[in-house]
Design a protein around this ligand. Structure first.
Ligand code: GRF
Length: 181
């Protein structure tokens, strides 16, 4: 498996993947200055910085992403807080080997602010889902899930912190099993 991690933010999941010993061929981000860049550099992983602004269409931007990833011979893509919707052409370019991690037990609370959505809804258990990416938003086939209990005194920060800790265990596990396929 030649793995790319795509991230737009802090990159704590990227860090967990790297720390687990999985080889990451490239980190790609759409956000110059994102925390994931420094993490990649510290780990000695090449970084592609691909700002999304200024492209005539999503398809044109995504074609550039595919080209960048091809240069690193990527065959598997892990989204880790990558805040862009990917076009069907991008997904096809990697034959469905594109996975995502989402901070809820899908199909509950897809989309943005999943932790806040769970708190607002008053559920007692939420969690983490790793799934294959399809054309929808957080709708692809589920590969693995893990629960996180919601405590009465939780706020968004405290719950997000426990969810992150579970993400950091689950994502490397799933990627390791993908590597064996
Ligand atoms: C994670 O909570 C992940 O589930 C979601 O985006 C967040 C990324 O966090 N898709 P980080 O940048 O890995 O810290």
């Amino acid at each position: 498996m030649t793995l790319a991690v795509l991230a737009s933010g802090e990159g704590t999941n990227l860090q967990a993947i790297v720390d687990s010993g999985l080889a990451v061929a490239v980190v790609l981000t759409n956000r110059p200055g994102a925390g994931c860049i420094a993490r990649a550099e510290r780990a000695g992983v090449p970084v592609e910085i691909a700002p999304h602004k200024g492209w005539p269409s999503r398809e044109a931007y995504d074609a550039d992403l595919v080209e960048r990833l091809r240069r690193h011979e990527v065959d598997t893509v892990a989204l880790a807080g990558f805040m862009r919707i990917l076009s069907p052409a991008f997904l096809q370019a990697f034959s469905g080997r594109v996975v995502n991690i989402h901070p809820s037990l899908l199909p509950s609370f897809p989309g943005l602010h999943a932790v806040r959505q769970a708190l607002e809804h008053g559920v007692k258990v939420t969690g983490v889902t790793v799934h294959r990416v399809d054309d929808g938003i957080d709708t692809g086939p589920i590969l693995a899930q893990a629960p996180v209990e919601i405590r009465p005194d939780d706020d968004e920060d405290s719950l997000a912190e426990r969810i992150h800790a579970v993400e950091h265990r689950l994502y490397p596990q799933v990627l390791r099993s993908l590597a064996a396929q």
